[in-house]
Design a protein around this ligand. Structure first.
Ligand code: SAM
Length: 275
């Protein structure tokens, strides 16, 4: 199904169907702008966690596969299984050690094995079953391995000055929530949720790339607004002119705003007690 969300309930559509359709021209580029903005942060954290030779890794909702490939090329891991509901971007650039699997990670029987690293970035925030999925992903971590989750944190508040950027960001979060169930409000709870699955120790950090005109993160948000424009307009919070004004603002020296951040949380699976 493409186009409108399924059913009448808010959030009853799905990522990749109601919005962010992979077959729509430029969707791979949009994901890559996000990757350009955040990959260095992600790789630095994964390297600091010790990810390297000998590790078998699972990258869930791998998108265009930038992290999967960098794990192999830069960190020298032994293998990466990159999973996505749509493989078109992953199969474009095969590299040795990269396996791909087309799967819906919300399927109750999704269990592709056990891995020393299980990584999911900008995926769970779009999936309404996130609580169950965190538990399911923790199950896929081998003893001594680590689960690493990254998602967006909205850094606007009711005290944030009203600008073209903040109006449209608010409409975007509300529109995505109503359309596909995206919800970033619980992302700061990740450390707690990871601990609740039995992982220990857990920790988290937030990275915020600067909104400089023409930067990958600015282009990522402008592209994301274009793709979610219908959902944003449906909120009644903004009109077409407001979205156009925000895209212009983001690309100009007038821009004085703080991007949403990326929260990365990780938790370790205890080694099994010796018998
Ligand atoms: C915003 S992109 C993030 C891509 C990549 N992780 C990154 O950070 O660059 C979200 C990805 O999750 C995939 N995805 C969404 N829902 C999924 C599901 N239920 N099962 C598998 N993949 C899913 C999408 O197809 C898309 O490639």
């Amino acid at each position: 199904m493409t186009g409108a969300p399924r059913g009448d309930a808010p959030g009853s559509g799905r990522y990749g169907e109601a919005v962010f359709r992979p077959e729509q021209a430029g969707e791979g580029e949009r994901i890559d702008f996000g990757a350009l903005a955040y990959d260095d942060f992600t790789m630095a954290r994964l390297r600091a966690l010790g990810v390297g030779p000998g590790w078998h890794c699972l990258d869930v909702g791998a998108g265009t596969g930038t992290v999967s490939r960098r794990l192999l090329d830069e960190a020298g891991v032994t293998s990466v299984l990159a999973v996505d509901r749509d493989l078109r971007f992953l199969t474009e650039r095969p590299v040795p050690g990269l396996e791909v699997l087309e799967a819906d990670i919300t399927a109750p029987d999704f269990a592709p094995g056990r891995f020393r690293l299980v990584h999911a970035r900008f995926v769970l925030m779009h999936l309404p079953e996130r609580d169950r999925l965190i538990t399911a992903l923790a199950e896929l971590v081998a003893p001594g391995g680590v689960l690493v989750l990254s998602d967006a944190v909205d850094l606007t508040s009711d005290r944030t000055p009203s600008t073209p950027y903040t109006s449209v960001m608010r409409a975007m979060w509300q529109g995505l929530r109503a359309t596909i169930g995206t919800d970033v409000s619980w992302v700061p709870s990740y450390p707690h949720l990871l601990r609740g699955t039995g992982l220990m120790p857990v920790a988290a950090e937030i990275q915020v790339p600067p909104l400089l005109p023409g930067s990958p993160i600015s282009r990522f948000w402008a592209d994301t607004w274009e793709r979610s424009r219908a959902a944003m307009l449906a909120t009644g919070l903004v009109d077409d002119a407001a979205v156009d004004a925000a895209v212009w603002y983001l690309g100009s020296d007038e821009c004085a705003a703080l991007s949403a951040g990326m929260l990365t949380a990780w938790g370790w699976k205890p080694q099994e007690a010796p018998r």
